[in-house]
Design a protein around this ligand. Structure first.
Ligand SMILES: Cc1ncc(COP(=O)(O)O)c(C=O)c1O
Length: 395
């Protein structure tokens, strides 16, 4: 029998093309715990590539809460939330998150991605319009596409351009104005107060994706809405439980009616199984830690200031970062990947990021410090980056 031709063979050609552009990546494998100094691919490295801002992935209280939950409740919820998969601890987590974010209600999704994509697509349709920052996260973009509403993109943080778009739209049309709170590849903050002003003036639904701000900005890590004093001006806040919170999941915060509507219409909520008990219990423990152990946020920011100053002193282009995410912008993808590989070989894990995650000529190393890096870790990373950068002519 002649072998069946592989109908997916065209993908091999795509992969070859990625290799030629220097964009082909293999997955680094974490050998043990997700620590600030960790082992990947059997190599001990200072880990500058994790979203584990506060070190909560291995915090004893979260670990214990997860273990206790497995013993008491087992390993799965058994169903989607709307059928039989809502456990008392899911409801408790949402109650705690709503109090934390100072809103009426919260709904938890399986991930931040599902929260963004599920929310935007649930509340808008083809007759509405979305005004979106050019650097908004992929999950927002996918949610916008799923909604079928036209998407008007304004240049990154260009509030005047957003205004010009709004001025040209019919007053009666339903409008969503949407921005990241912290931009995940550049580390700068969304133009929140100015965008809230626009939302007020033009009657927009105002939405902020605070994935990288939860646990990092605002009082006890309440996010950029708290940081900028914009409570009551943002209709929809998205957060994740997968980054600073150290576990997994996403949530949407807003009014009680809005959240109840999502229970009825957000497709990831309706059609995908809810979190297992260990995940939910660990998230609850993380909220306790945020409220009672402010030292992690303090250390995070001390480390971020130290590392940013070090990178700037080395003459790297670190863009406009205002958060613990600091890019080292290199330009050409092949050079960024080469520098990332050289650093890894020398004990520093700073992932190279290229197109389509960032623009074609803006490939970079993306670094994130954590509260649990030691000064020695960070100094070693700076020394190594300085040396490798010099050798490769990156400045
Ligand atoms: C800005 C932003 N929003 C949403 C997400 C998705 O969050 P999660 O990893 O919880 O799905 C991410 C994660 O990459 C992100 O960077």
């Amino acid at each position: 029998m002649t072998p069946r031709p592989d109908p997916l063979a065209f993908l091999s050609a795509e992969l070859e093309s990625l290799k030629q552009q220097g964009l082909y990546r293999t997955l680094r494998v974490l050998d043990g715990e997700a620590l600030a100094h960790a082992s990947y691919d059997h190599r001990s490295v200072v880990n500058l590539s994790s979203n584990n801002y506060l070190g909560l992935t291995t915090h004893p209280k979260l670990r214990q809460a997860a273990l206790d939950a497995v013993r008491e409740f087992g390993v799965g919820s058994g169903a989607v939330r709307t059928i039989s998969g809502t456990m008392a601890m899911h409801v408790e987590l949402e109650r705690r998150l709503a109090a934390f974010k100072q809103v009426e209600a919260v709904v938890v999704f399986q991930s931040g991605f599902a929260a963004n994509a599920g929310t935007v697509s649930a509340i808008l349709n083809k007759d509405d319009v979305i005004i979106s920052d050019a650097l908004n996260h992929a999950s927002i973009i996918d949610g916008c596409r799923l909604s079928k509403a036209p998407i008007k993109v304004f240049p990154h943080k260009d509030v005047a351009a957003a205004r010009a778009i709004l001025e040209a739209l019919p007053a009666a049309q339903k409008k969503l104005l949407i921005t990241d709170g912290v931009f995940s590849m550049d580390g700068d903050l969304g133009a929140l107060p100015a965008l809230c002003d626009l939302a007020d003036e033009f009657g927009c639904i105002m939405m902020v994706d605070d994935a990288h701000a939860s646990g990092v900005f605002g009082r006890h890590g309440r996010g950029t809405v708290d940081h900028f004093g914009c409570h009551g001006r943002v209709d929809i806040q998205v957060g994740t439980l997968s980054k600073a919170i150290g576990v997994l999941g996403g949530y949407v915060a807003g009014t009680a009616d809005f959240i109840t509507f999502l229970h009825h219409r957000a497709r990831p909520f309706l059609f995908s199984t809810s979190h297992p008990p260990a995940v939910t219990a660990a998230c609850l423990a993380a909220l306790d830690v945020l409220e009672t152990e402010p030292q992690w946020m303090e250390r995070l920011w001390e480390n971020a200031r130290f590392f940013k100053a070090g990178l700037a002193g080395l003459g790297f282009n670190t863009g406009l970062s205002e958060s613990p995410i600091t890019p080292v912008i290199i330009g050409e993808a092949a050079l960024a990947m080469k520098m990332s590989d050289r650093l890894f070989a020398d004990g520093v894990f700073a992932q190279g990021i290229g197109f389509p995650t960032v623009a074609k000529d803006a490939a970079r190393l993306r670094t994130i410090v954590s509260a649990t890096h030691t000064r020695d870790d960070l100094q070693f990373a700076l020394d190594t980056m300085g040396r490798v950068g010099r050798e490769l002519g990156v400045r």
